[in-house]
Design a protein around this ligand. Sequence first.
Ligand code: FHN
Length: 418
Amino acid sequence: MTSDKMQWWREARFGLFVHWGLYAIPAGVWNGIINSHSSEWIMNHLRIPVSEYEKLAEQFNPVDFNADEFVRLAKDAGMRYIAITAKHHDGFCMFKTKYSDYNIVDATPFGRDIVAEIAEACRKHDIKFCIYYSHILDWHHPHAVGNDWDFKPSLQDFEIYYREKCRPQIEELLTNYGEVSVIWFDMPGGADKFYTEDIVNLVRELQPNCIFNSRIGYGFGDYVTMGDNTVPLLNKEGDWETPYTLNDNWGYNQLDNNWKDPLKCIDLLTNIVGKGGNFLLNIGPDANGNIPEGSANILREVGEWMRVNGSSIYGTQGIPTYPIDTREIRFTYKKGTLFMHVFNWPKIPILYIHHLMNKVSRVYALANPDIDLSFSQGTTDTGAHYVRVDLPNEPTSKYSSVIALDIEGMPEYDNINF
Ligand code: FHN
């Protein structure tokens, strides 16, 4: 791994995940039965036979799909990359492939290559194009891992699936769609290390600048993908990312409107970024090709915030964990500027940053960068450092106001065990 190819990703910090496939049709309900797990797992959880589930392809006709709209929504939200499910665990391919007829072009009335259209729109709107590919689980292929209701595991030979479908499709994806910035693998268990190593070599050979995540398996990966919807408690070294979904499903679910509101999204974004990670936020388009209005509106609101405060996100790096437990303030940091995200504006507009030792040269709100805020620094009787900032009377942004402090070096805090 050269660090150069990670550079755009470290700068980006915020991306859009799109889980879209045939599972958008049942959308969580199969013949009146409500699936209690995430909607893209419906085939597995209800043990739906391939012969029944694959008929969904005949109905899949997302005529409202407009790749430009998808990409513009991400871009307006301040996201810098998009990862779309080219093949999820159900085995259906959202791209034209020679290695399975079970694909969007050959098996559906829609007949358009969705991955290709997203790739083109990403290039047009200058946003990084990334592909999700389920490399081990494939419930449609008789020799892949995962489907024990149609196929007998004792008769399965992963090698056959790998040669017939997985490997050549990764080759197609990294050959036919221009530059792929990330190939995002998932659920690595169940196959020998040989296959992971072979994929690593294949990706390196076909697109040396394409990065891939740790869910490729066996300790490989240009960066670590944390568990779904999890944030580490403390600052975490190295390159890492957290995938989060906007409601409680990855794929579209007609019964799930449990959206995280813009405030929660901004809280997660600043929490993750402040600890050194990237935030990959997921939406699930419906079977007609629409992004549910609920999720689109939230992304738009986040985008409004990003337009003013994005410089506290892009290109930031993890910093030592602030030693005081506060949920109302989060910190991010970039090259000599500490950004303080104030979620709860104090009635008396004064804020103390306890224990910050660095010399501060200037303080201002990102929303009003031309107006300096007054501040002072000192130590308490016990020798603890503090910075006092005199805030404007009102918050400077909706959701979270960002106060920038120009400081010398990386943030350093008192040892609070004195
Ligand atoms: O099983 C998948 C799930 O459907 C979804 O794709 C998430 C996204 O990170 N990954 C797996 C579970 O970790």
